[in-house]
Design a protein around this ligand. Structure first.
Ligand SMILES: [Zn+2]
Length: 431
């Protein structure tokens, strides 16, 4: 048998400790027997009755089996001292009905053959002499004629969010950063999730596509979002998980809607491009450069063999994506980018899937880390400086590549510096 846990939504605690709450009242429950869970779903104090719900509203217990009626009492801490003694000895150990009833502010109703639940609130449980032991202020009880048994209550805390990581994580500085994520497929979806987890202030999600069945094995979004626009679904999904990050969704195509993107870039700190086509990556590089904003481009090359994250900062001696690729070609390295035109595949005969989802997530997470580090370095957090600008990661050993793609082993990483702009570059040159 599993221990029963009672859940009290935070509103319930407020109604219980209110100065005009009185010393007793009634409660109702919803329960899930297979989980050993009981939700306190209604509480009546001396002023009124209140429905209580778990956050989010979709929590299954909110519509769980009705669990009957019970009572709550304000009690002396001594009763919770008893609760501590009996629960420590196991759930089969109880106190007698009379011993329990004697410590209540009001006569206890006969539990009959079935028994009922009670909730007790001991405001002085954290004061001497009870402050030495973990005596709780709230306790639950199963009241039967034979004995009264204790159970634990977990109270929903006030939301405190990511600020509780201060000062170990620079939450305040990241709260003012806006990142535009272009492409929220497998890599971009993972990157956006990671960025929200880092406590970024604002995310602008840009992608014109819908979530379809073939996406599912390599996407952070679950099945219930099938058919929705990826940006809308990801916004809702992340709002559920990371309430600290403000998220805006745009069903734009970075190539066809370049004017709209240009306008959005005014309010963007960094652009993170995670699309797998050549044209959107070039467009992102170009638009970011012209807007004077850093761009991070993440992709997986060589049929899933190599992960790559390039950081393009709009500095006079740092070239754009095309300049970087041209410099590699001049050094004798094959440009891996055109193969990206085939993307990571849809699983059809003509378009087989190459990279596995978790490898794409790995690169998405790295891209998010590099994006956040770029923002933190700009804010003066030099502990977050990156070694260089162009990261390649071995996902599988690939033959026939030259530097910086000749990684040799799974797990090898290499950082290469930026290369200067070409004299005739239409992106890096004066407009
Ligand atoms: Zn250039």
């Amino acid at each position: 048998m599993i221990d029963t846990l009672f859940l009290l939504p935070r509103d319930g605690l407020r109604y219980l400790i209110a100065t005009d709450a009185g010393t007793s009242g009634t409660i109702k429950f919803r329960r899930s027997d297979s989980d050993g869970l009981v939700l306190i779903s209604y509480l009546r104090n001396s002023t009124a009755g209140f429905q209580l719900q778990l956050d989010p509203r979709s929590h299954p217990l909110n519509t769980g089996l009705p669990g009957g009626d019970g009572f709550w009492f304000r009690v002396p801490a001594e009763l919770h001292g008893l609760w501590y003694e009996i629960t420590r000895r196991g759930e089969h150990v109880g106190v007698s009905f009379d011993a329990f009833a004697a410590r209540l502010p009001k006569q206890l109703m006969d539990p009959g053959a079935l028994g009922y639940f009670a909730l007790t609130y001991a405001p002085d449980a954290d004061k001497p002499p009870y402050d030495e032991a973990p005596v709780p202020r709230l306790a639950a009880w199963r009241v039967t004629r034979k004995a009264v048994f204790g159970a634990s209550v977990a109270v929903e805390p006030e939301p405190i969010g990511i600020t509780q990581l201060e000062p170990y994580w620079p939450v305040t500085d990241l709260a003012s950063v806006t990142v535009m994520v272009v492409g929220v497929g497998s890599i971009g979806g993972a990157a956006a999730t990671a960025l929200a987890g880092y406590g970024l202030g604002r995310l602008l999600l840009v992608d014109p596509d819908r979530l379809l069945w073939h996406n599912l094995i390599r996407h952070v979004l679950p099945r219930r979002y099938i058919g929705k626009f990826k940006v809308d679904a990801l916004r809702d999904y992340l709002a559920d998980r990371h309430g600290d990050t403000e998220i805006a969704a745009f069903r734009y195509d970075v190539v066809n809607d370049a004017d709209l993107i240009r306008a959005l870039l005014q309010e963007t700190s960094i652009i993170l491009c995670c699309t797998d086509g050549v044209a959107p990556r070039r467009a992102s590089s170009h638009l970011a450069r012209r807007a004077g904003k850093p761009a991070i481009l993440a992709c997986v090359l060589a049929d899933g063999g190599i992960g790559e994250v390039i950081r393009l900062r709009p500095w006079p001696d740092h070239g754009c994506l095309l300049c970087r690729r041209q410099a590699l070609t001049n050094e004798g390295t094959l440009d891996p980018e055109p193969a990206l035109e085939a993307g990571y595949g849809t699983g059809t005969l003509h378009h087989p899937m190459t990279a596995v989802g978790s490898d794409l997530f790995l690169i998405g997470n790295l891209a998010a880390k590099i994006t956040v580090s770029t923002a933190l370095e700009a804010a003066g957090h030099f502990a977050h400086r990156l070694p260089s600008e162009h990261l390649t990661v071995g996902l599988q050993a690939c033959r026939g590549w030259t530097g910086p793609f000749d990684l040799g082993y799974t797990g090898n990483v290499r950082w290469a510096p930026a290369t200067p702009p070409r004299a005739d570059c239409p992106t890096c040159g004066q407009p």
